[in-house]
Write a protein that binds this ligand. Structure first.
Ligand SMILES: Cc1cc2nc3c(=O)[nH]c(=O)nc-3n(C[C@H](O)[C@H](O)[C@H](O)COP(=O)(O)O)c2cc1C
Length: 245
């Protein structure tokens, strides 16, 4: 691993982040202690307000309490998917066409829901509060979560950040002895991708970047050649305003 301060990562870093997609299917291969240490080291290189470093990561593998927590998260995944199925109309409209993006997303989510409790590793991204819960506090934990996912990409692993804990938070806190003064902000599943990483697709840069005023075009904000695009939100035919995947 190249970690010296004068390392110049250059274009590798850009290529890595441009291909760090949400990975929801994993092989059975375990993530090693060494890989985990690297991921968490990278995560903790993240910035935080006043450099308080309030981020904490609770790793769930095969320990007794981890297994119990994973079972809760498995239940949470079912609750979340049931809600999304209903709210996003995955079984109606283009969802009845097996080749539609909506159907493909539904299959991915069904697989994820069924197997989330068996993911090689689950990491809870937590934050130790130094003041009452605040809507902005996530700003001091989510950069670390993204660092973790980027580091996973660098090691040939993959993962996805989710909010599954929100469905079972009280039970999770009890099983894992997480104090009330600690916020749980992310449930990240990790493993070796069963499929492949690929280019991240987003809306064209020109739709996302303004200059000199809200909605004002920034003519220089042009995607590099070969960039692939996708619309915002769930696959077509899904009600606007529904929660993200
Ligand atoms: C705040 C946040 C919450 C998310 N919650 C979930 C979730 O509960 N379940 C899930 O499967 N993916 C979840 N995701 C992953 C997003 O669906 C994913 O990042 C997005 O669709 C882009 O995927 P892509 O990078 O593969 O294009 C979440 C992502 C973020 C940033």
């Amino acid at each position: 691993m190249r970690t010296s301060p004068d390392d110049q990562p250059g274009p590798d870093l850009l290529a890595g982040l441009a291909t760090t997609r949400a990975i929801r299917r994993y092989t059975a291969r375990p993530v090693t202690d060494e890989q985990l240490a690297t991921l968490l080291w990278a995560a903790t290189r993240a910035p935080s307000g006043s450099n308080r470093q309030p981020f904490r990561f609770l790793v769930l593998r095969r320990g007794e309490r981890a297994v119990e927590a994973r079972a809760l998260l498995g239940r949470a995944a079912h609750l979340m998917w049931e809600r999304k199925l209903e709210a996003d109309g995955y079984r109606t409209g283009s969802g009845s066409d097996p080749s539609s993006p909506k159907s493909r997303m539904a299959r991915t989510m069904e697989h994820y829901t069924a197997h989330v409790a068996e993911a090689p590793v689950v990491v809870l991204g937590c934050l130790v509060r130094h003041r009452p819960a605040d809507p902005l506090e996530g700003a001091s934990i989510y950069p670390a979560c993204q660092n973790l996912l980027l580091a996973a990409r660098a090691l040939g692993l993959g993962g996805v950040l989710t909010q599954l804990h929100t469905f079972v938070e009280d039970e999770l806190r009890a099983v894992l002895a997480i104090p009330e003064s600690v916020g749980i902000h992310a449930t990240i599943t990790l493993g070796e991708p069963a499929g492949r990483h690929g280019p991240v697709r987003r809306r064209p840069l020109g739709e996302l970047v303004f200059e000199d005023g809200w909605g004002e075009p920034a003519p220089w904000a042009v995607d590099p050649p070969g960039t692939r695009f996708t619309q915002a939100g769930p696959p077509p035919g899904i009600a606007p305003g529904a929660p993200p995947a």
